[in-house]
Design a protein around this ligand. Structure first.
Ligand SMILES: Nc1ncnc2c1ncn2[C@@H]1O[C@H](COP(=O)(O)OP(=O)(O)OP(=O)(O)O)[C@@H](O)[C@H]1O
Length: 401
């Protein structure tokens, strides 16, 4: 959708801001450009909407060389959001949002309707905020208006230059999450500039890590964090990149341990035999609907006279004991595909040595333990380095590494 072919930008004073850049952003993809101050990110961005002209090379938008497109017409196809939002101070929020529809000659009613729809989309109630002026908004709200305005004419492409850079970290994370939600329904082709690696990792389908005027690595976040292409990238993403990588590595089926599974109404003898047979210290307990109930510790069932729950004491002595009498509840569970970081955090929060993992239909699939979590991380790094799927990495490789 956006394609840079050997693009160079040299400023009149001799500064080469961008050097022989080749990069392709696919339709519907969100690419983050990340790098230190002055490395050429903004220059790259502004060449796409022709605020800056390249010295050499070509930029294609949907296959068309943009140097042949009238800049004004070009900019209608490209939404632009910048850090200093640039709202008109004397215009209301509604009118600011409707700027492009106004330039496109839409009727007043159409403009107001579209602007209200977009304000709603970015989480601002138009009846409450529509008639305010920009200085009556918080920083985060102004950024939202900036995003709404950029989306007003429904452009296929969005350029975002540090759009959330001027707000505090809590608001920024909130805006990032909202934007990701929006993007998951709008599927715009987005080029997003940031100097913050955390932001680049959180938002990007792929990240282009810039050195001086050139790309050092262009890969999905997990790969940039797990297999930095150069020492420069390793340094830029930071020594804690393993930790950062936890947040972009999903739980897969192959990562899970499969402890014995018993049901609440199973006789305790059967459960005991099952656990002994598999040499397991505990089993996962499911209810009648095969949904997760909790777990059963081997110690609790090892001796028939072992400690029983209050439920067991109160029950009719004639009926044989069941798993339900000894099972403990387990609240720590996550769906498949959740980031490993969430699994780790859930283990800490519940003080649990494992968490249950469920599929889309809430069926139990397996458990993630700290050991398995570490293995998953190691295997995913290895998989990225060798360009194979994670489940193709032999565990021996991990143990030997
Ligand atoms: N008009 C200009 N004339 C000369 N040099 C310029 C001009 N604009 C930018 N530069 C230089 O080009 C280089 C790249 O600038 P650019 O603004 O693209 O970087 P950036 O990565 O976006 O930085 P930041 O994160 O600080 O915004 C810098 O060395 C900058 O000083």
């Amino acid at each position: 959708m956006i394609r840079f072919e050997n693009v160079t930008k040299r400023y009149p004073d001799g500064t080469t801001a961008v050097h022989e850049l080749s990069l392709e952003v696919a339709r519907g993809e969100l690419v983050t450009l990340v790098g230190p101050s002055g490395c050429g990110k903004t220059t790259t961005m502004k060449m796409v909407n022709r605020l800056i002209e390249p010295t050499s090379g070509r930029i294609l938008l949907d296959g068309e060389d943009i140097s042949a497109v009238d800049p004004v017409e070009l900019r209608r196809r490209i939404g632009y959001v910048i850090q200093q939002v640039g709202l008109f101070p004397h215009k209301t929020v509604l009118d600011n949002t409707a700027t492009v529809p106004y330039l496109l000659g839409w009727s007043k009613a159409e403009r107001r309707e579209r602007a209200a729809e977009l304000l709603d989309l970015v989480g601002l109630d138009p009846s409450r905020y529509g008639d305010r002026y920009p200085d009556q908004l918080s920083g985060g709200q102004r950024q939202r208006v900036g995003v709404a305005r950029a989306l007003a004419a429904d452009p296929p492409v969005l350029l975002m230059d540090e759009p959330f850079g001027a707000v505090d970290p809590v608001v920024r994370e909130h805006l990032q999450n909202e934007f990701l939600k929006l993007q998951s329904t709008l599927h715009k082709t987005v080029l997003f500039v940031t100097h913050d690696i955390e932001e680049a990792v959180r938002l990007g389908d792929r990240i282009a890590v810039y050195g001086e005027g050139r790309i050092e690595q262009f890969d999905p976040p997990a790969k940039v964090l797990g297999a930095p292409a150069t020492p420069y990238v390793a340094d830029f993403v930071g020594a804690d990149r393993g930790l950062k990588r936890l947040s972009v590595t999903p739980i897969e089926r192959g990562d899970l341990e499969e402890p014995p599974v018993v049901h609440l109404d199973d006789p305790i003898d059967k459960a005991r035999a099952r656990m002994r047979g598999e040499g397991a210290r505990w089993a996962v307990v499911l209810d009648d609907a095969d949904e997760l109930h909790g777990w059963l510790a081997a110690e609790a069932v090892d001796s028939p006279a072992g400690p029983a729950s209050p439920a067991a004491k109160s029950q009719d002595k004639t009926s044989p004991p069941t798993v339900a009498d000894h099972a403990r509840r387990m609240e720590a569970w996550l769906p498949l595909g959740s980031p490993l970081k969430q699994a780790f955090s859930s283990m800490l929060q519940h003080d649990a040595g494992w968490i249950a993992v469920l599929d889309d239909a809430d069926r139990f699939v397996g458990v993630l333990t700290p050991g398995r979590l570490h293995e998953a991380l190691r295997r995913s790094i290895d998989a990225d380095e060798r360009d194979v799927r994670r489940d193709e990495v032999e565990l021996e490789t991990v143990a030997d590494a």
